[in-house]
Design a protein around this ligand. Structure first.
Ligand code: NIG
Ligand code: FE
Length: 388
């Protein structure tokens, strides 16, 4: 692949503090050279090396592609009725997951695959260049393995979430379901998965159950990432830290001890503002996490129950307005933060050697993503140096 230069950039966000100013490593009037799908050079345009092929960014900002580290794309059907009920006062209940499980089990492979492709196209158009996808709406051995095999057709960042809830046919026999999840289901899922997840919360799995599931996954080489502290304060965050999980996601209800545990750990706190929006829940205070030194990511949590959005721009705007993030912090959390949550150093950053995954905005500064909410500002998306 030929090298090309991206020029006419008002502000280049590198997320490399050594390369530019502030948290985002920003370079005013910057330029970027791409070669063989990787970033070859970043710096001020006036110092850019000569390059035969030049692409103009139209005076917009350029930033790393969004890294969406938490989605549930493999499902069928929708839950518009649940959403509508919540908007008029009904609370969220994980019991609603069973409707999506029934629809997903009944759907042919082609329907599930087409649904993932459709949502992934939306994510890409909105600037997501790296995506994690979970299972969790199959909850049988073949249905979980199928969900992960489909997800793997689209991404290597796949997560086994057999411990999403105890399915109806195991009601009253939780232990038998945990035997299944940690035994035959894990064995069928593991070849298609990098991560293991548990919904550790009220109405899902308790601390001992979550520890059991994660430990079994770790024994076969999967790394844990947890759903925790979404519905109430609980053990999820501290368990994630204890297990060395890559991230703990939601973090809606945190005690001071939870914040302190996260601050002293390598576990990322992944905030999912679309879920608070769509369940009419209070938003977590990201300021408290940043001030304590916690690494924070933002993800869409795209799923039909609690957050049916594929828009990282929308999540950034919510995080700024409702979680007390600065625009720069929110942009960092949606790019470098997501990369940390997936333990990746080749994405979420634009520095020599990293993947040439980047966005051109129809705005001069990434702060516009919050300043102009709901406006499609992502004007162009490049993945591995190719426009998509
Ligand atoms: O991340 N919290 C658990 N799982 C999903 C929601 C699942 C559903 O309601 O369908 C989430 O919000
Ligand atoms: Fe989720």
């Amino acid at each position: 692949m030929t090298a090309f230069l991206v020029e006419d950039i008002a502000l280049l966000v590198t997320n490399d503090p050594a390369a530019g100013a502030g948290l985002l490593g920003s370079i005013s009037a910057g330029a970027l050279v791409v070669e063989s799908g990787r970033v070859a050079w970043t710096g001020p345009a006036v110092r850019a090396p000569a390059c035969d092929v030049r692409i103009g960014a139209g005076g917009g900002a350029v930033l790393p592609g969004f890294v969406d580290s938490h989605t549930h794309l493999v499902f069928a059907g929708d839950r518009l009725g649940d959403f509508t009920g919540r908007m008029t006062g009904a609370p969220y209940s994980p019991a609603g997951i069973s409707a999506t499980v029934a629809a997903t089990r009944a759907a042919p492979d082609e329907v599930l695959t087409a649904n993932v492709a459709r949502l992934l196209a939306e994510l890409r158009t909105g600037g997501v260049t790296t995506v994690e996808v979970k299972s969790g709406y199959g909850l049988t051995v073949p249905d979980e393995a199928r969900a992960l095999a489909i997800a793997r057709m689209f991404t290597d960042e796949t997560t086994f979430l057999g411990a999403h809830v105890v399915p109806a046919e195991f009601a009253g026999n939780r232990d038998a379901y945990l035997e299944l999840v940690t035994g035959p289901m894990l064995a069928a899922a593991a070849p298609h998965a990098r991560w293991i997840d548990v919904f550790c919360d009220r109405g899902a799995f308790d601390e001992a159950e979550a520890r059991r599931v994660c430990t079994a996954g770790m024994a076969v080489g999967l790394t844990p990432r947890l759903h925790g502290n979404q519905l109430e304060p609980g053990p999820g965050v501290r368990l994630a830290v204890e297990l060395g999980a890559a991230s703990v996601d939601h973090c809606t209800h945190l005690t001071d001890d939870d914040v302190a545990a996260l601050a002293g750990s390598a576990t990322v706190a992944t905030l999912l503002p679309g879920a608070e929006f769509s369940t009419r829940s209070p938003y977590p205070d990201a300021r408290r996490l940043f001030d304590a030194g916690v690494t924070v990511a933002i993800a869409t949590d795209c799923n039909p129950g609690t957050s049916y959005t594929t828009s990282m721009s929308f999540c950034i705007a919510l995080a700024v307005r409702e979680m007390r993030m600065s625009p720069a912090e929110a942009v960092w959390a949606a790019t470098a933060g997501g990369a940390r949550a997936l333990r990746r150093d080749d994405v979420g950053v634009l520095r020599p050697g990293s993947r040439a995954d980047f966005l051109v905005l129809a705005a001069p500064d990434p702060g516009y993503l919050a300043y102009r909410p709901g406006v499609p500002l992502v004007a162009g998306v490049w993945k591995d140096g190719r426009r998509i």
